[in-house]
Each structure stands twice: as C-alpha cells, then as structure tokens.
Ligand binder design. Structure first.
Ligand SMILES: [Zn+2]
Ligand SMILES: [Zn+2]
Length: 277
C-alpha cells in the first residue's frame, strides 16, 4: 500500500504498489471505502475482468484530493453499471470550489477519455469538515488533520469496534504532538491505519511534505492507546525487504508498549475486534 504514486517491480511486489484504498466491511451494511486510490480497481464486488460490471452501492470517505487518493475512481468497473450508487464524503474546500467540480474538471478530456458525468453510475458528493454523522449503522467522525492542503482523517465505529484512518498526516517538525482532532480520531481505537512514509533521515530532508515517520506513527499509537497500528502509505522507494526489517524491528518495540504493529499490504484482510487487547 504505497503513498504518493503507484509503483511496480519485484522490490515492491509483496506489499504491493497500489495507492490508498481501504474497504471496511461491517457485515450488515454496504462497505465503506477509505479513499479512491488505484487499489479501488481491484476491490472485490463479485466480478472478474471478463464479467460484465456488477452494481456497487456504498460510501467513500475521502481524505483529500491529491491524485494518489482519486486515481482509482475512473477505473472502477462498477461505474459502468446504472444501479451503482456511490456517496463520496470529502473535505470542504477552502476556496469554495465544490468537490463535484474538482472531480468534474479533473476526470475529463483531455486528461481522461470521458467526463465523470458520462458514467452510468450515480455519484453523490457530500462536503464535510469536523463532523459527526452516520452512514447506515456506522458512526463516522471526520476531523481536519495537518497535511499539505485541506485533509481529513476518519474514525468509524460499528458493532462496538473502531477503525481510524489517517493516511496522510503531517508530523510536527519538532517535538511529537497531536492536534485535538487527530487525538479524537485515534483515542482507544481498535485499529489505527496511519501514514508511515518516512524514516527520520528522510523526514529531515522532507519535513514539510505532509507526512509522518514510522516513529511518529508508533508514538501516535502509544499515546492514544490504540490497540493495533497498520503502517500505511509506504514511501514508493521503500522496498519490501526494507519494510520487512522495519516491521520486524517495530513489532518488538510495540509489544513492549502494549500494542501490535504490522505493515499494510495490497489485498491484506484484517479482522478487527474490540476484544483485541
Ligand atoms: Zn497520499
Ligand atoms: Zn496527500
């Protein structure tokens, strides 16, 4: 699960090269998707490459409008089915431009063969900020978090189980600290999916690029009493072998601090339970 840009090749094959897209399946409702990166194309909805498109009804919680979080949408085959309905909840833009207008002016000729409005599916856009709302049975908390450009993090709760998603999160350039909103999202969560793009040496050169170090992600998990931490938004230059070493080293540290950590990978499925301790 890579940040910034999709990548391929043997060195990134095991953890995968797709950009951010996570599906949360609570069993009873339509799935909730975090972000619309290139992984969306592979999201299971009962189809294969040779089959006709199947309808999809669900919601997307969109953190922000950077390319790596949008690019999967026009390649999501279910957009070709007229019964598909996707509700996209994304951050209200400071300049007043609607999210619909952003998509309409980015997914269109000459940068894409057709306009997004020409897909058969219904796509509804919802502008949100620091909000608390429900999607079906799922409680959703959205909070603005530091990044480059207006960006949200999300906390979803269903069946007394909570998942938090901060894919792109600017670490402070100095002492570790959390905004009130970010802390609200993370506190006591069962699974924290968190930006882990940089090593400290990389962060020293890119401290204003909007991302976190692995160490900051570990600190966020510990300081908010998260039960599990999924390292996410891996730097595209990070090899799988390097990730293995990092994840192995951090697993021991996390165990001593009372939580679990692992490196997220394409097509990884994680069962989340409030009973995990
Ligand atoms: Zn990103
Ligand atoms: Zn970003």
């Amino acid at each position: 699960m890579r940040g910034s840009t999709a990548c391929h090749g043997q060195s990134t094959q095991r953890y995968g090269g797709n950009t951010s897209c996570v599906s949360v399946d609570i069993g009873t409702d339509s799935p909730i998707i975090f972000d619309l990166g290139t992984g969306l194309r592979y999201m299971s909805c009962g189809e294969d490459d040779s089959a006709t498109p199947k309808p999809f009804v669900g919601a997307c919680l969109l953190t922000h409008l950077h390319w790596d979080h949008l690019q999967g949408l026009p390649f999501f085959k279910s957009l070709l089915h007229p019964d598909t309905v996707i509700d996209i909840y994304g951050p209200r833009q400071p300049d007043g431009e609607s999210i619909r207008d952003v998509f309409t002016t980015k997914i269109c000729p000459p940068t894409f063969p057709i306009c997004i409005s020409e897909f058969a599916a219904t796509i509804n856009f919802h502008e949100i900020g620091d909000d608390d709302f429900a999607i079906g049975e799922t409680k959703v908390m959205s909070r603005f978090v530091p990044h480059t450009g207006v960006t949200l993090g999300f906390r979803v709760t269903a069946n007394n189980t909570t998942v938090t998603y901060l894919s792109d999160h600017q670490q402070p350039d100095g002492d570790f600290a959390l905004t009130t909103g970010a802390r609200q999202l993370c506190q006591n969560t069962d699974l924290l999916i968190h930006d882990s793009q940089f090593t400290p040496a990389e962060f020293a050169l890119k401290s204003n690029w909007g991302h976190s170090t692995l160490e900051f992600a570990m600190w966020v998990a510990e300081t908010t009493s998260a039960k599990r931490l999924a390292l996410f938004h891996h730097d595209p230059s990070r090899s799988d072998d390097a990730l293995d070493v990092i994840a192995g080293r951090l697993a021991g540290i996390a165990q001593n601090r009372g939580f679990q950590v692992f490196a997220a990978a394409d097509e990884m499925s994680v069962k989340v339970s409030a009973l995990v301790s």
